[in-house]
Design a protein around this ligand. Sequence first.
Ligand SMILES: [Zn+2]
Length: 241
Amino acid sequence: MGKDILSAYQIADFILRDMWRLQPKDVSRRLLERGVAKKDISLAFKFALPIAFLDEQIFGSGNGAKMTFALRPVNFFTGYAHLSDGQEESYYVFVNGLYRQLRQERKYRRIFLLDKEGNRVCNEYKQEPRPSLASILLTTAVHEVRHRLQNKEKIDMFSPADAYRLDNPYIKSFIRYRMILFMEKAVVWRKQKKQADYIESETSPKEFDAGLIEHIASSELYRGGMTIERLIRITRLQPHN
Ligand SMILES: [Zn+2]
């Protein structure tokens, strides 16, 4: 998520910025004082850790972005935002209600499984495997760190047009899948009367790109043999390399 959504975060009831530098015990205590449930807090740490880990792998230690544990204004698990000058950046974990929301969303999440040639492994959506909790946590980290790469390194992003431009059938299949998902989501959001700025941020080029990378990571994780090096390569993937 980019600066367009930052204003939504700023009006939210943030607990503390930069909690990451505090001891987890202190973070927990302060969240408990704010009435956040224990299971939400422990899940929030599970989301935060892989983000911090992958971030350090990619940007190096000492270059980490802040980690903010926030009360949720919106239906996201996590986020990344920065001010328009590219500074003041932070990852976010939206803590309260996290456990319940994850449980709800897991009913719908599937892994779009492709073989190396870009052929779909399952014919039907229903046959597609469900991601494990570990997979959700790790691919969420890939998604958020990808946003930081978009901001800090201005990497080339994937776009729907790459479904026609690229030679790689594997990546092209993922892009087409992502396009279908986007269209389906847009219909649902309109029915749910989601606010325009929500739809705009979720269908932005940055979200398309980060979501695509997340799908690729999810599929590759499921196939097994994932290493840190491969995960970094996927997080850094660009249309022309
Ligand atoms: Zn995002």
